[in-house]
Ligand binder design. Structure first.
Ligand SMILES: Nc1ncnc2c1ncn2[C@@H]1O[C@H](COP(=O)(O)OP(=O)(O)OP(=O)(O)O)[C@@H](O)[C@H]1O
Length: 627
């Protein structure tokens, strides 16, 4: 077995060769988890800076890099000392920069899109009065209005950070589709791309929008010898549906296809498990570095109806005993709960599983029932809750640690009461100001008083006190809910108010926990959210029942549940099946661990999962613990 850590250095040399002016060649890098793809990407850019920087700059050309997130773009730019030779952007920003000057083309494209959409909406009527039908009529009208006036729009706009809903603003998916369509249909635009950016790298290419990726592949094939398209990524880590299935199968024979084999992140046992998980999807197998050691993996199997706190605590304790690493458990005497042990990253499939484990489930399920777009609920930015998260919570905490300076600052900066009282005092003499401060202090005391009993107050109790005192500004929906509560309306109110009533009935602790979870201050992360990251101790929690989705099924992957007829059909026709998707997710999660890995599987058939794990050589008998 090859275990020389520098074995993949030749891959970097091969990529550097592809970038030379005399021998430009597109390439697709085959590289699995932890193989140092980012390092190879940055190294390639650095070499291009040295060999071609001067020449490209003279011609006003730039190397372009497309990343998956803004954070990744910043990281790469900073590693290159923000050299203007390299333009690093997300896909949306790149697409818009490419097309924004072609306003007439944008207009014709949008007009054609609208016509197609109108035609489709006209031919798909639903039942009169149904939500679907109301929605259809609304969209039809909106599209007809826009189509009728599109020629009056002087300039189309787009903002990668979103938020602009004006008539002339394009949305995220339109910008991607527009760029893809124009790149394939307008040779001029493709020429401009190639002239401006003779080298284009795409990071995380497996999750890059398939239409746009196909457009870049088209440009690369038309401009061979003048343009280098470099694809980085790992097909086994494709986790969004937007990505292109089987990129590897679309790579022309003229491209370079270097392969990295070393995993620099994980110890031998974890690399071996990742190889096994991957083996049924393709034949890429990795080698672990000698100096990463042996590492530990365990599969804990529990029945679906188990108490998750008990199971996961027991799994962590067992990991601690086996590895001799005390960080798997919270030390005795530490008052943080087991679920909050920051040393163990717990990977859950859905936010609701974190809500359950981190105790904000009542609030979260109430928020999820709000009849609105769920984006803010699922990223922690629900506007109505910000007063609790940004004002009440820090104020109470500052008070509890005796930091009156911070309490005063929060009130001064945020309280309408303070501003209002100062205005009321006709001439703000020092005496009048003192009175204002005393009144504010009284309001703060009343708020703090809610925490003096044995019980933490509910969100509703806090809101009610704020409402009465005017200390901080409450959102209208919360004020309305409080008012309805006061009226003691006999009829159960529907929809939004009902959801807010349930939110207000939750303990204030839940809102703090909700805030901490979404600001990344807990050990929980979702399976999809940890792409690209690594942690020493990882606990992967598999629980289809709790996740409640239909896209993934660990029960099917682990042999506890039969494939459905459509799964069988998908497999037979080479289509992506739920087992394929789940296997990729399992590969991503397990390969995050750099020291030890615990997989906790909740299943309806513990024995079947155990048999599957042993038969497929994922885990040996003594690596499996039935809980
Ligand atoms: N040649 C190398 N020598 C030493 N360490 C390396 C090397 N390449 C990468 N590493 C280290 O290995 C780890 C994994 O690297 P990196 O995160 O870049 O891999 P990746 O291919 O992007 O992984 P993934 O696809 O799993 O997110 C990092 O800690 C990185 O610092």
């Amino acid at each position: 077995m090859l275990r020389d850590p520098s074995v993949d250095d030749r891959v970097d040399d091969e990529i550097a060769h592809c970038l030379q002016r005399e021998t430009p060649r597109s390439f697709f890098l085959y590289a699995g988890a932890g193989s140092g793809k980012t390092r190879s990407l940055v190294l390639a850019l650095k070499r291009a800076q040295e060999t071609r920087g001067h020449d490209l700059t003279l011609r006003g050309q730039q190397i372009a890099v497309i990343t998956f997130t803004n954070a990744a773009a910043d990281e790469i730019s900073s590693r290159l000392d923000f050299d203007p030779l390299v333009s690093v952007t997300t896909i949306h920003a790149f697409a818009w920069k490419l097309v924004r000057d072609y306003q007439d083309d944008i207009r014709s494209w949008l007009a054609a899109e609208l016509d197609a959409s109108i035609e489709q909406l006209e031919s798909t009527k639903s039942r009169e009065g149904s939500k679907k039908e109301t929605d259809r009529v609304y969209r039809l009208q909106k599209n007809r209005n826009l189509a009728a006036t599109i020629h009056d729009i002087r300039k189309f706009t787009y903002s990668p950070s979103g938020g602009n809903h004006d008539r002339e603003a394009l949305n995220h998916s339109q910008v991607i589709k527009l760029a893809a369509d124009l790149l394939t249909s307008k040779p001029l635009l493709a020429n401009i791309l190639v002239t401006k950016h003779p080298i284009l790298f795409i990071d995380e290419s497996q999750d890059t929008n398939k239409n746009l990726l196909d457009a870049f592949l088209h440009v690369a094939s038309e401009s061979e010898g003048q343009f280098v398209l470099g694809l980085f990524g790992d097909t086994m880590q494709r986790i969004y549906n937007d990505g292109k299935v089987d990129i590897a199968g679309s790579i022309p024979g003229t491209w370079a296809t270097p392969v990295k084999v070393m995993n620099h992140r994980s110890p031998r046992r974890i690399v071996e498990l990742s190889n096994r998980v991957r083996a049924d999807a393709d034949d890429h197998s990795q080698t672990a570095r000698e100096d990463r050691g042996e590492g530990t993996v365990r599969l804990f199997i529990a029945s679906v109806d188990s108490d998750t706190d008990v199971v996961e605590k027991a799994a962590a304790a067992t990991m601690s005993t086996i590895t001799g690493d005390a960080d798997w458990t919270v030390p005795a005497g530490d008052d943080s709960e087991a679920g909050e042990n920051p040393a163990v990253k717990r990977l859950i499939l859905e936010h609701s599983m974190a809500a359950q484990r981190f105790h904000f489930a009542d609030l979260f399920s109430a928020l999820k029932s709000l009849p609105r777009d769920q984006t803010s609920v699922l990223d922690g930015s629900v506007p109505e809750l910000q007063v609790f998260l940004q004002q009440v919570e820090p104020l109470v905490q500052a008070h509890q640690r005796g930091d009156q300076f911070t309490v005063a600052r929060i009130v001064r900066e945020n309280s309408p009461l303070m501003a209002h009282k100062i205005l009321e005092a006709a001439s703000p003499t020092p005496g009048a100001l003192r009175t204002v401060l005393e009144e504010c202090q009284e309001a703060v005391d009343q708020l703090i008083n809610l925490w003096s009993g044995a019980e933490v107050p509910t969100i509703g109790q806090v809101a009610s006190v704020l409402d009465g005192l005017g200390l901080f500004t409450l959102a209208t929906s919360i004020k309305t809910t409080l008012m309805i509560d006061k009226l003691e309306d006999e009829e159960s109110p529907a929809g939004e108010i009902d959801a807010w009533q349930r939110c207000l009935a939750a303990s204030f602790d839940e809102v703090s926990r909700y805030g901490r979870y979404f600001s990344g201050m807990t050990p929980f992360a979702t399976h999809q959210g940890v792409k690209g990251l690594e942690f020493p101790r990882v606990m992967v929690v598999l629980s289809d029942e709790e996740a409640g989705g239909f896209l993934f099924s660990y029960e099917k992957l682990l042999g506890a549940k039969e494939l459905t007829a459509s799964d069988v059909k998908n497999v037979a026709t080479g289509k992506d099946s739920s087992v394929d998707r789940t296997r990729r997710l399992m590969y991503v999660t397990c390969s995050r661990a750099s020291e030890a890995l615990a997989v906790v599987a909740y299943t309806s058939k513990p024995e079947a999962v155990r048999a599957f794990a042993i038969e497929n050589n994922w885990f040996s008998e003594d690596e499996i613990v039935l809980l």
